[in-house]
Design a protein around this ligand. Sequence first.
Ligand SMILES: [Zn+2]
Ligand SMILES: [Zn+2]
Length: 279
Amino acid sequence: MPPPSPSTASCARHSDRAAVEGCARCGDFCCELCVQGIARRTVCAACAERPDADFITTTRALVANKRDGLCYLIGCGGALIDLVYLTVGALLLDQQGGLTYVYWFVLSSLTGLFVFLNYLALKPWARRALFGLSGLQLFVAVAVFSRELGGLRSAMFLNAVAQQIIALGLYSVAWFSKRNQAAFGVALDDEAMEALWREALSNRDAWLGFRLALLGLVVPAVELLALLLCVQGLRRTDPDHWPPIGGRRSALIGLSLIPLGAVSSWWLWAAAMPILGVG
Ligand SMILES: [Zn+2]
Ligand SMILES: [Zn+2]
């Protein structure tokens, strides 16, 4: 709804004062005393006090120091992988490679576990430590494989390097993600909060549809649900509503990923079946 023209009207609260602007939420006229700004829009004093109108403050309360999806993915995934490595290190103990290698293995896995558990506990230092950890694990991979265990051209070594490249990519995505920054208590301005509200909180259908479309790149048969959610999310989008309902970008990117996922996920599945011993 476009704000009504205040040229001749008086304030809804103070009948003796001339209105200067209309409220973006309820449409009431506001005088200079009543005008409040939220996310570069004008709202009246009464609306500004409502928790659903001040979505910037609501968003801040919802995301600050609260774990996000990337936090769980990196923290739980990393800890799990390092537990596997600890077991592998223990098995190698009386097989091959010599004790020095096993110590390296155990050292890097234990360091990893410590960092990932602190990352899950939302310790700000752990966010930076992820990058150091990747460096350490690459160094250990070189140290362990350089002379034995198959050498630097072995598939196992290349696999270890590939893992670290994927991990570094994921850490970088998390590092630049506003949602992840908020989880670790990084102070963010109102503009970042507005963007988070629009893309992540105001339109759950678009948000979930985009993530499902992303998952659909590797997991088959989720495309239909992703399609339904993205279409529904796109229909709900309404930037003129107060508070604004965003998610347009998520829904559109999700929609464009769905045909890609329909091909790539089935192809991956077909390639994985013989390896898994199915069919
Ligand atoms: Zn109002
Ligand atoms: Zn007033």
